[in-house]
Design a protein around this ligand. Structure first.
Ligand code: ADP
Ligand code: ZN
Ligand code: ZN
Length: 734
């Protein structure tokens, strides 16, 4: 046996793998630290084993032997290499791809500096504010008011949002009212800010959950916990209670939050509780800044890392807790190979470091809730709002087929139009939500509302540019029909509605209303997302139009109406998860109305008023939705009642890809005839990207382990037959 060893644990050096012979008496596995002779003079150095193999890459007589293995040295690097090995095995990828996912990119940082105004003397500031008001110093009033509220303001934000320059701040600094502090960009100025020690008193439900999970942590019970709690029920407070306990035990925490939910308010809550022990990661940091943060974590300078999916690989030496907030979010699944899911990967990482995983959501993924029902996770519930019993909004459903029958071709139903007018009159705010998730060009009938579906897979067909409708699961395809196959109506169409179009139509119908639009176009510049939300929160517009981006994050107390223009878009997205995604989106969108004192209303416009995901969202009834959905998954053997793997083969040569995919199909057919069902082969939904042809094969089984074995077989076969061709394979499990 040979061991592939890397001697330098950085992302850039991963391609420099050295092979060593494993002496017969020695036991070595991936992740082990070893002592090896290196270079011409056989200098003794330490390295990490990334893979064991029986294939020699060089002349076997020239391969040197490993001198020593340190099996007990469980460094964080060892854990991360073991995690990479697990990801490679579980999801299918090369070891190098897996390692590149878990190890940070090393870049030297050009220290970026950031300045802050920090409030020093509250009473003096109050007095200065009075004075400024008397003398009508407008800029000074703005600065002091903002500082009294938030205590800390980054200078660039003060300049952009408050039009306050250094000239305004300097005299206040001289008087000792505020200080101007410079920090490197990734640090936060909180050490100069008073921490919020009188934390919120948890209610009984919250208290019990914190207590139970902390007890489990102390007693070595490692079953993952799931907190199913409605929005606003105080999950974040529960997380913070558990983090505090874990920190006291000298262990560290990773908190995963979808980037879109990582708002200023959220971050501030964590800062105020944990101060400088916190570090925040987001995709806007440069590679250097990220590396720097990772280094601080490795050295133990911070103990809580908050960030999106990739924060899972923070190299904490004493990791004890991983929290996954909004567990249902699609962003937790990586779209790059290895196509890992953060939920499963977090559980594996926690196992390696003897830590625990705590997940939470108001709309748990079907997989996770199923596991909780099965006892694989411990389920906790928070079923009331934490503050002043704010009421849920009323929801009405409008049948768009009826509107069409009555000759209303506008994108606004009569009910929505009327409610919008009332709302504008009362000077209250409106959210218009355009459901474009999963929008990939399905075709449906505007008379009977039925989409054109696949007869084999119970998902909708997707329209391709060449005028054909294609099933993404089995490759079934037909030309776009001229008439609805269900009712014969000629009124069939795709939903070609975009946010810009909606904005134009809204302006036409409500000429006096002030509009804001939020989509990828308007948020692409740095902080665009946050700015639009702030403008809207500040009442600078009456109507905010947007995609799923608008349903998360901010609270808008003055929003009393949410209009969901076409709830169906995500319902027929050609994906077995479409009902689940629709339910989640509608529930979240509905949760936006009536956050304040005023009662809210939600209008859901749909072509499928009887669909269970829409009915369940109307009543905000997760359990009922789950019961229906799990039945459907059981019948069709979709996850979690069955597993699927996608094999993607790509090549510059179409027939090479075609031959290979048929070979693999035959291989699986021969060896797993009874246990794995094969769907395809077929062209991928995008059949060619950058001149590479793409063919897919779907494997379905009730046994996940078998699918992973089948993947191993295909990989073996691939390595034997095509090591040097342009052919590539890639797996995706779901
Ligand atoms: P979730 O994460 O479940 O949406 P949060 O933790 O954000 O809920 O709580 C919602 C709001 O309720 C926050 O403003 C929070 O400060 C407040 N809150 C949470 N728990 C309590 C409590 N026990 N007492 C008072 N307010 C609370
Ligand atoms: Zn029809
Ligand atoms: Zn199909």
């Amino acid at each position: 046996m040979y061991a592939n060893v890397i001697v330098d644990i950085t992302h850039e050096q991963l391609d420099r793998v050295f092979q060593y012979l494993i002496p017969a008496s020695m036991h070595v596995e991936a992740g082990n630290q070893v002592l090896v002779p290196f270079g011409r003079r056989n200098r003794k150095i330490r390295g990490y084993v990334i893979e064991c193999t029986d294939e020699a890459q060089w002349d076997p007589n020239k391969i040197k032997e490993i001198l020593e293995v340190f099996p007990s040295s469980m460094t964080v690097e060892t854990q991360l290499i073991q995690l990479a090995a697990w990801m490679k095995h579980r999801y299918g990828a090369t070891m190098i791809q897996a390692l590149k996912t878990v190890l940070p990119v090393q870049r030297t940082v050009k220290q970026i500096e950031k300045k802050y105004y920090i409030l020093k003397e509250e009473q003096a500031a109050q007095a200065a504010l009075e004075e400024a008001k008397r003398k009508k110093w407008k800029a000074r009033i703005r600065l002091l008011e903002a500082l009294l509220e938030t205590k800390v303001i980054p200078t660039d934000l003060a300049l952009q949002r408050l039009q306050v320059t250094g000239v305004v701040a300097k005299p206040l600094e001289a008087k000792g009212i505020l200080s101007i502090v410079t920090e490197t960009a990734y640090r936060n100025p909180v050490h100069s800010m008073t921490l919020n020690h009188n934390t919120i008193q948890l209610n009984d439900q919250q208290e019990q959950i914190v207590h139970s999970i902390c007890n489990a942590f102390d007693s070595g019970n490692r079953i993952p916990s799931y907190i199913y709690g409605i929005t606003g029920s105080g999950k974040t407070e529960v997380y913070m209670g558990i983090i505090e306990h874990v920190l006291k035990k000298n262990r560290q925490t990773i908190v995963l939050i979808p980037e879109i939910a990582l708002t200023y308010q959220m971050v501030m809550r964590f800062y105020q509780r944990f101060g400088n022990q916190i570090s925040i990661m987001n995709s806007r940091l440069s590679a250097g800044e990220k590396f720097d943060q990772m280094e601080r974590a490795r050295k133990g300078e911070v103990n809580v890392m908050i960030g999106p999916r990739s924060a899972l690989f923070t190299p904490f030496q004493k990791l004890g807790l991983i929290i996954i907030d909004e567990e249902h979010e699609a962003a937790y699944k990586s779209e790059y190979s290895p196509k890992y899911h953060a939920r499963e990967t977090a559980i594996e990482r926690a196992r390696l470091c003897d830590g625990i995983v705590v997940m939470g959501s108001a709309t748990p993924s079907i997989e996770a809730y199923y596991r909780a029902q099965q006892g694989v996770y411990r389920l906790y519930q928070l079923n009331k709002r934490a503050v002043n019993q704010s009421r849920l909004a009323d929801v009405s459903i409008v049948d768009l087929r009826e509107e069409l029958k009555l000759g209303n071709r506008s994108i606004f139903s009569r009910e929505l139009t009327q409610r919008m007018e009332q709302c504008l009159e009362k000077k209250e705010q409106i959210l218009l939500f355009l459901n474009r998730r999963g929008y990939s060009g399905f075709i449906s009938c505007r008379s009977c509302g039925k989409p054109i579906g696949c007869p084999h897979c119970d998902v909708s067909l997707t329209a391709h540019k060449n005028g054909w409708l294609v099933c993404h699961y089995c490759g079934y395809s037909i030309p776009i029909p001229a008439k609805c196959p269900s009712c014969g109506s000629a009124y069939i169409a795709g939903f070609g509605l975009g946010t810009q179009k909606v904005e134009a139509l809204t302006a036409q119908q409500f000429p006096k209303a002030r509009l804001l639009r939020m989509d990828l176009d308007t948020t692409s510049k740095k902080n665009g997302h946050q700015e639009i939300l702030e403008q809207f929160a500040a009442g600078e517009a009456d109507i905010l139009i947007g995609t799923q981006m608008i349903v998360k994050g901010h609270d808008f107390p003055n929003v009393t109406l949410v209009g969901i223009l076409a709830a169906d878009m995500s319902l027929y997205a050609g994906d077995y998860r479409s009902a689940e995604r629709t339910f989640q989106l509608l529930t979240q969108a509905a949760g936006r109305a009536g956050r304040g004192e005023k009662k809210g209303h939600v209008v859901i416009q749909t072509y499928s008023p009887d669909n269970y995901s829409i009915l369940a969202a109307k009543d905000q009834n997760y359990e009922w939705f789950y019961d229906q959905e799990i039945l459907y998954r059981t019948m069709l053997h979709y996850p979690p009642k069955g597993y699927m793997a996608e094999l993607l083969v790509t090549s510059d040569e179409e027939n090479e890809a075609e031959n290979a995919i048929h070979c693999y199909a035959a291989l699986i057919q021969n060896e797993y005839n009874d246990t794995i069902k094969i769907i395809g082969p077929a062209n991928a939904s995008v059949g060619k990207i950058k001149d590479r042809y793409r063919k897919v094969l779907y494997l379905k089984s009730t046994n996940e382990i078998l699918l992973i074995q089948a993947k191993d077989r295909i990989e073996q076969y691939y390595h034997k037959t095509v090591p040097n061709s342009k052919l590539r394979i890639q797996f995706d499990f779901y």
